[in-house]
Design a protein around this ligand. Structure first.
Ligand SMILES: [Zn+2]
Length: 64
């Protein structure tokens, strides 16, 4: 079962790199908890396909 490769919706490039943002995102009402943010970036045009935190469960306490 081969994992389907992602494709840039802007230029069709299939070479998607993974970036780490030089910051962390903190739940709004948590003092200590924070999570690293990762982004998937098209290596051709620079379009960011998505961003996500690595530990989303930390944000359960900051539901709106
Ligand atoms: Zn692209």
């Amino acid at each position: 079962m081969e994992k389907q490769r992602k494709e840039c919706p802007e230029c069709g490039c299939k070479e998607i790199g993974q970036g780490k943002l030089p910051t962390v995102l903190r739940p709004i009402n948590a003092v200590i908890a924070s999570s690293e943010v990762r982004a998937e970036v098209c290596t051709n045009c620079g379009y960011i396909l998505n961003m996500r935190v690595l530990e989303p469960e930390k944000f359960k306490k900051s539901l709106i």
